[in-house]
Design a protein around this ligand. Structure first.
Ligand SMILES: [Ca+2]
Length: 75
């Protein structure tokens, strides 16, 4: 095995690991809002993951995400 082939495999593995890690830490590609969810329960689950409410699912700050009545498809 020549030098090129001895170095190629670890280099390819390194590039693969680096690209996988970049995907793992990438921000969500979509802007999540209440309309994104099929049910209030799903929206609540997302809010419960991060109580700082980065997606503005709980505008009145009562801890309940996208509550009904509202313009959402599940209301
Ligand atoms: Ca609320």
């Amino acid at each position: 095995m020549d030098t090129f082939h001895r170095l190629a495999a670890p280099l390819i593995a390194l590039v693969f690991i680096a690209s996988s890690s970049a995907e793992a830490f990438a921000a969500p590609p979509i802007n999540i809002n209440c309309s994104y969810f099929d049910t209030q329960k799903q929206a609540q689950k997302e809010l419960d993951k991060d109580k700082s409410d980065p997606h503005d699912l709980d505008r009145d700050g009562d801890g309940i995400a996208c509550e009904c009545p509202g313009p959402w498809k599940w209301c």
